[in-house]
Ligand binder design. Sequence first.
Ligand code: 17E
Ligand code: FE2
Length: 425
Amino acid sequence: MPDHSTPDQPYDIILRQGRLLGASDRGEATDVAIRAGKIAAIAPHLKGTAALELEVSGQLISPPFVESHIHLDSALTAGEPRWNQSGTLFEGIEIWRERKQNLSLEDVKKRAIATLRQQAAQGVLFVRSHADVSESSLTALQALLEVREAVKDWLTLQVVAFPQDGIYGGKKNDALIEEAMRMGADVVGGIPHYELTREEGVRSIERIFELAQKYDRLIDIHCDEIDDDQSRFLEVVAAWAIRQDMGSRVTASHTTAFGSYNNAYAFKLLGFLQRTEVNFIANPLINITLQGRTDTYPKRRGVTRVKELWQQGLNVSLGHDCVQDPWYSLGTGNMLDVASMAVHVCQMTGTAEIDACYNMVTWHGAKTLNIEHAYGVEVGKPANLIVLDAADRYDAIRRRATVRYVVSQGKLLAETEPPRMKWNP
Ligand code: 17E
Ligand code: FE2
């Protein structure tokens, strides 16, 4: 790779001797130079100078984490107005229904930006957030659209118009989701398993595809987020994706019922899914806590078939889903927590499987968000990268390694010192 630095034209930043991760390699020691917001050069030893030189030998240089599924409108509201005592999805929806009666733009924006800062400091620079649009003032959506603009110099935010109470669960909801499209939501959402009837669930999927076509938007549906083995909306999503030939623009989130389907049906469905390019998002932290609540023992894990989908070559990414909200009172926004939980809950413990879980919070997330063209540490691409205090993917996940540096759009956005222990025997 040519070195374009001259004494009159230094780089902005040079990272020295980090292990640069590609999607399918283990990382070779190299220098990476950044100028004017772009990756300017990558070579084993760059000669130029830079305003900021970072010695990162032995550490990983990776593209940033991608948070493909979170609800920023409800983030940081755990306990308001009350705690979720049953731990179910449905009690969460009821608590949120109360909390969302007194949303203001300030309230949502403040919590969303605080959450995004927490994420970005831990290396997340691309986020897809759902915004509940089944509340008649559309405050959550308006607020997240304003946040998308407010953070755009350091983080890319996609906003999904998410009809939490169902498109047909309230008289105004259908009009509200269409208004959300006109206001500029990036993605159409849905929740077919929570529509009042199976038929309305199917109809909601038709409506989602119609809106996506009309407004030229992506699709991301909360699909079959229940342990009910009869919840079979994923097949409807697959059918529409095949007919409309828009698979890679479509995402099925959660699909936890897939973990409860009988194998005869699941294998047939896997075959249909392979005729699509539908993306999948599992949220292992939330799925393992919300699902299985009606079981005694044996108790199901309530997570979709991550390993099998991945083995079949389908695109699977992982999300945090919640940070301190009515569905999940824990969470810090750390994507390595999410990847670690996937390793455990999905039994992805083989070496290639652990590496895949890392890729599910990086490259696969970028594919889900349809931002691959601008993603990756490659010459000419926007200079977004992180440096992890880790030797490889396995080490990063095992130790939830500290994200040492976060470079966003060519600038050093955040630095964190790894904790240092003093041993006094
Ligand atoms: N709403 C929903 O339907 N499912 C979820 N997992 C969350 C909100 C967090
Ligand atoms: Fe969700």
